[in-house]
Design a protein around this ligand. Structure first.
Ligand code: MF3
Ligand code: CO
Ligand code: CO
Length: 398
């Protein structure tokens, strides 16, 4: 009787998380795990202490002082798989984007042939479709891991590889960056909350080319009623749209930052300096590097056939960033909110083509500043349907 009962406890009850320990778990729980939403039990203090070194690798956040209110919600879901027939970039297996590390011609900006232009045009259109599908799932209660699942599936349906997956060991298929996260947020078990803002950054690899874009979305009714949300989100949208208007043969990559910072400052916002726009085609990240801040010294001049992203990250408070101990999540040092928009652009003979342009039915889009209630009249802003800047442009002669 006794023996049968204890055997049942050992096989059906929670087991101690100590490595090689077969004891049943006690109520002793790792507090750091609990803080990120995991339930890890040990049999006793001695076993916990013995396992500490290896165990803390599970939750890299031990003792971390978070800059803002956001917390990760672990465990991450298991690594997602792809059908073998989908063509993979070089880093898919070992996490190392070897072809990006070529040293000869590293600073040369590629001019794409007509055929290559057709390739980036195609993948950017697919990436736009996937971003729009993901954005339609944004609502309170939905986890960012679910957004990741939706993106992953939509990529497969388009015979595309989700470029973030295992890029320099990034663990997921998309970046999701809520609130104070500047970029590179890892999809996890945290449900989006009414009042959040969230950036979804989608990149696809298809036919040998990458297509990269992102937008920031308002989560729930409360989000659009928060003037600070609207100020930072619409500032970053306008920064990108104004920057794109500069694109034409002969324009300088260093000039984007002056326009972006001018728009940001006019909304009392700042510009993140650590992360830049980048060349992109058969490589995910390559020359040119495109800073978004003023007075930068970026090298290079635009020529027809060049392809790159512009992706300004704009903050309500200080532009200064720090990285979570997961080595990816970039947050503002002061914990204030931040927003980003990204397009992939092709330089044409006369101006530009926004390869990742919004479609007539794309979710999201510009909204107006909420009108502050003065006499009990609820007066939130309404989600607009405006599609922003035009897809193609011819810069004016002056
Ligand atoms: N999409 C991002 C960009 O705009 C890069 C993400 S890299 C990842 O450049 F590894 F974090 F996915
Ligand atoms: Co991106
Ligand atoms: Co990018």
């Amino acid at each position: 009787m006794d023996q049968i009962a204890s055997a049942e406890v050992a096989t059906t009850g929670p087991k101690c998380s100590g490595i090689g320990c077969d004891n049943p778990a006690s109520k002793l729980m790792c507090a750091d795990c609990r803080n990120v939403g995991m339930q890890t039990f040990f049999c006793d203090q001695t076993c916990y202490k013995k396992n500490w070194k290896q165990h803390k690798a599970i939750h890299p956040f031990h003792g971390h002082k978070f800059s803002g209110p956001l917390r990760p919600a672990y465990p991450l879901s298991p690594r997602r798989v792809l059908p073998p027939k989908i063509k993979r970039p070089d880093y898919a297996e070992d996490g190392d984007p070897k072809s990006e590390r070529i040293f000869v011609g590293r600073h040369k900006i590629k001019v794409l042939t007509k055929e290559e232009q057709a390739g980036v045009r195609k993948v950017c259109r697919l990436a736009r479709e996937v971003l729009d599908i993901a954005a339609r799932e944004v609502r309170p209660g939905v986890t960012t891991d679910y957004i990741d699942q939706v993106v992953h599936q939509a990529c497969i349906e388009r015979s595309s590889y989700p470029s973030p997956l295992n890029y320099c060991h990034f663990p997921k298929s998309v970046c999701t960056s809520p609130n104070e996260v500047i970029c590179h947020g890892i999809p996890d078990q945290r449900p989006l909350e009414d009042g959040d803002i969230v950036n979804i950054d989608v990149t696809l690899y298809h036919g040998g080319y990458h297509g990269d874009l992102n937008e920031t979305y308002y989560v729930g009714e409360s989000a659009v009623k928060n003037p600070d949300n609207v100020r930072v989100v619409e500032a970053s949208r306008d920064c990108l749209d104004e920057a794109i208007k500069l694109v034409k043969p002969g324009a300088l990559f260093r000039d984007f930052g002056n326009t972006i910072e001018k728009v940001a400052k006019s909304r009392d916002c700042q510009v993140v300096k650590t992360y830049c726009g980048h060349g992109i085609h058969s490589l995910f990240h390559c020359a040119p590097t495109i800073p978004h801040y003023a007075k930068n010294k970026a090298i290079g001049e635009m020529k027809p056939g060049m392809c790159f992203t512009v992706e300004p990250m704009i903050t309500l408070g200080s532009y200064k960033d720090e990285t979570w101990p997961d080595n990816w999540t970039s947050v503002t040092r002061d914990g204030s909110r931040t927003a980003q928009f990204e397009h992939q652009i092709l330089v044409t003979e006369t101006g530009f083509e926004v390869l990742t342009a919004r479609l007539p039915d794309s979710p999201g889009g510009k909204i107006a500043m909420p009108v502050i209630e003065t006499n009990g009249d609820a007066n939130g802003a309404v989600n607009g349907t405006a599609n922003g800047a035009s897809t193609e442009g011819t810069a004016s002669a002056n």
